[in-house]
Design a protein around this ligand. Structure first.
Ligand code: AHR
Length: 510
């Protein structure tokens, strides 16, 4: 009887250990995870730019050239690699020349995309590019291809990038206080041209794109611009195929994708959601894997060398907006958002051969923000903490992984419970990021480290009692990373015990 009991216990613990098996192919680690995958997006929308990022030089809120110091510090701590601006749909009607020069002479505009409110244009090209310099982040400008002109785009490149004295535009830049060019590399030509960017067909878009891409630099692109064509925001692989077939190789360096975890027929509350709504949003977040895989397959047919990058320049969770006066598309950010960030960043890392930039939507006070502000106060969201924990992957070498995991089930539906990615950095440390989206069950993982001879493991975890938990202005640190102690080395394996709905990042040292 005693023997039977011990045997049952043994079998039980083996089956627990076998819940998820991960194999790390350390012998195949060769692709660099481009740090630009950890990029952000800031649009003139609600309180993202005005109030959230930019309060103006005369504000009582501590600032540097009008940009909130708390936001600067938070973004620097993420090692923010790049920032996309000014939209989004806002970019589709934006005229950059109205927002340069003395502030009291700038034309006020109506924000046609997001509620028709008035903006004084005090945050324009100089303010954005100077802020990027301060953040040491690459600027990524979205060109107005809808209500704008090719000439306006050509002028923008000259104004921002060309040497002094080359034209009236660089003279104007100097008069406005900036003599040296900023050398903006990343240029998005259009935004959602199949929707707010002009409801174009793919053929119309391609013809127009070619005019922009040819004129926006010298004929041979000697300025080295990285031009990004608008790709699909839904599973229209024909759009991608046409771009690959018809745009000459010399005229584009990237294709954008947009994918939000959103249910347009039923937008749940950002913090008061049930199990069905939780499961539904996480299934939509997982669709990113299929979306990238299928777009990559199309691109591989024409570009097996993977010259053209996939740029996921809008991603994140999108819920029922809060209407309590916090600005358009303001939403709370819970453990559910941490789960979206955890699996999405792992997907990007694992597709590092093709995905070379991504931009979380949006930085402050809008959609899946990394920070929320209220007057002088600022709080960091669970999503911020995931981005901060995962920053160890920036520019590290991807270790391909294979995951055999239990499914996360709801009724007769099921999705993958565990998501993993791993990389080795310049100092030979390995980092493994693991997300368990199952909100009911913990997970036992056995990770085969292959040739990596680890001597020490340490880690951090982000979780909370409920998936609905968030940081508020009254309790700003409720969801914060903590030390993780449930990872044990066992020869060439690592045994990890994960609680429900948790994100863990482990560091292994040889
Ligand atoms: O991020 C909010 C909006 O979502 C962007 O303006 C647009 O490009 C997308 O539809």
């Amino acid at each position: 009887m005693k023997y039977l009991f011990t045997l049952t216990l043994c079998l039980l613990s083996i089956s627990i250990l076998a819940q998820t098996k991960v194999t790390l192919h350390t012998d195949k680690a060769e692709t660099q995870i481009n740090r630009n995958i950890y990029g952000h997006f800031a649009e003139h929308l609600g309180r993202c730019i005005y109030d959230g990022i930019f309060v103006g030089e005369n504000s009582d809120i501590p600032n540097t050239n009008g940009v909130r110091n708390d936001i600067i510090e938070a973004l620097k701590n993420l090692n923010i690699p790049n920032l996309r601006w000014p939209g989004g749909c806002f970019a589709d009607t934006y005229h950059w020349k109205e927002a340069i020069g003395p502030k009291d002479q700038r034309k006020a505009i109506e924000n046609l995309s997001w509620g028709n409110y008035r903006e004084d244009n005090s945050f324009g090209t100089h303010e954005f590019l100077d802020m990027c310099e301060l953040l040491e982040a690459e600027p990524y400008l979205a060109v107005n291809m809808n209500s704008g002109t090719v000439q306006e785009a050509v002028d923008w490149v000259q104004y921002t990038n060309h040497q002094n004295g080359t034209s009236y535009l660089t003279d104007m830049r100097e008069e406005n206080g900036r003599s040296t060019p900023w050398n903006v590399k990343y240029w998005g030509i259009g935004n959602e041209s199949w929707d707010c960017g002009g409801h174009m067909t793919v053929d119309y878009y391609i013809n127009l794109y070619k005019r922009y891409a040819t004129a926006m630099t010298s004929y041979f692109n000697t300025e080295g611009l990285f031009r990004i064509a608008v790709g699909p925001g839904f599973p229209d692989y024909n759009w991608t195929e046409k771009l690959m077939q018809e745009i000459p190789a010399r005229r584009f360096e990237g294709i954008s994708l947009h994918h939000y975890a959103v249910n347009w027929d039923h937008r749940s509350s950002s913090y008061d959601f049930n199990d069905e709504e939780y499961f539904d949003i996480l299934s939509r977040a997982w669709f990113m894997e299929e979306f990238i895989t299928k777009n990559s397959e199309v691109m591989d047919k024409y570009d097996s060398a993977k010259r053209v990058a996939l740029i996921v320049d809008e991603w994140g969770g999108w819920y029922d907006p809060d209407t309590s006066g916090n600005g358009a598309l303001y939403q709370q950010n819970t453990i559910r958002d941490a789960m979206i960030a955890g699996i999405t960043l792992n997907i990007f890392n694992n597709h590092a051969d093709r995905v070379r930039m991504a931009n979380l939507a949006q930085t402050v006070n809008v959609l899946q923000a990394i920070a929320l502000t209220k007057g002088e106060s600022m709080i960091l969201t669970p999503t911020y903490h995931v981005m901060e924990m995962y920053k160890v992957h920036q520019d590290a070498t991807l270790v391909p992984s294979e995951v055999e995991t239990r499914e996360f089930k709801l009724g007769d539906k099921q999705i993958q419970a565990i998501s993993v990615s791993a990389s080795i950095d310049k100092s030979e440390k390995m980092h493994i990021s693991i997300t368990n989206i199952d909100n009911k069950n913990g997970q036992e993982l056995e990770i085969n480290l292959n040739t990596f001879k680890a001597k020490k493991v340490s880690g951090r975890i982000l979780s909370s009692a409920k998936v609905q938990d968030y940081n508020s202005f009254d309790n700003p640190t409720k969801v914060s990373p903590e030390e993780f102690k449930d990872a044990k080395l066992n020869g060439s394996s690592l045994v990890v015990s994960l609680p429900p709905h948790s994100v863990v990042v482990l560091e292994l040292v040889k």
